[in-house]
Design a protein around this ligand. Sequence first.
Ligand SMILES: NC(=O)c1ccc[n+]([C@@H]2O[C@H](COP(=O)([O-])OP(=O)(O)OC[C@H]3O[C@@H](n4cnc5c(N)ncnc54)[C@H](OP(=O)(O)O)[C@@H]3O)[C@@H](O)[C@H]2O)c1
Length: 252
Amino acid sequence: MYNLVDLSNKHILITGASSGIGKEIAILTSKLGARVSLIGRKKEKLEIVLNELVGNGHFYYEFDITNFNELDQLVSSVVEKSGLIDGFVHSAGIEMTRPLKMLKVNHYNDVFDINIIAALELTRIITKNNNISKEASIIFISSIVGLLGQAGKTAYSASKGALISASKCLSLELAAKGIRVNTILPALVETDMSLKILESISEESKNNILKMHPLGFGKAIDIANSAAFLLSPASRWITGVEFIIDGGYSAS
Ligand SMILES: NC(=O)c1ccc[n+]([C@@H]2O[C@H](COP(=O)([O-])OP(=O)(O)OC[C@H]3O[C@@H](n4cnc5c(N)ncnc54)[C@H](OP(=O)(O)O)[C@@H]3O)[C@@H](O)[C@H]2O)c1
């Protein structure tokens, strides 16, 4: 039988792998044959994910990736243990809903450090020749609000938009090495992050948000399926694009 998405013998490094979308990408890519390196801050959650992975050769790293000075050492340990990196997914991120009048410089710093700077610093280190294999694939989990506006999301949206524009530059810069860089832009996906938002608003507001998603809210597996495709050789001619996976949110 022909498998369109085959990740056998690939080593995939995933940030935000302890929860939600990153966790689902880790589980799916292991099912498709990959060895997976998981990064997150919470050991207990990482251990749970590790136990759900299929196959052998998976490791987790309990690490705050906004400790920028230690990222070189982190990537060296990952490569030493599991070999050259064939795929990198930056799913780690934080959400922030705050109107402009309540935004202070430290809020921008918090959101940008994890959502964009950690992504770019890790990409810089990973794409050194001795860390990455030929024809590797890099994916940044952005957001539909990186493209479309939403009141109260200025800091978050700006950080996610930055991932989209940076990925286009990187796709050009890294094409000579055969490395592809793409972004995935989800609308609302049911994870810890979105449940926190939904729990903090009225039933009426929740229904209004639901109505903006013609196919309903997404599941983490909807994003993982696209990520697995973008990590696989089946997408070898796709780079510098944003994959909108939003249940129809942006169609209207
Ligand atoms: N869910 C949605 O509706 C939605 C929509 C659009 C885009 N996104 C984006 O999708 C990505 C994943 O979101 P999610 O819904 O899966 O969220 P989530 O369940 O809250 O997971 C976030 C992940 O990021 C990790 N993380 C946060 N700060 C970190 C740090 N400083 N160092 C290392 N890891 C850190 C967390 O690790 P620990 O828990 O171990 O601390 C966790 O694994 C995010 O970038 C988010 O912006 C989500």
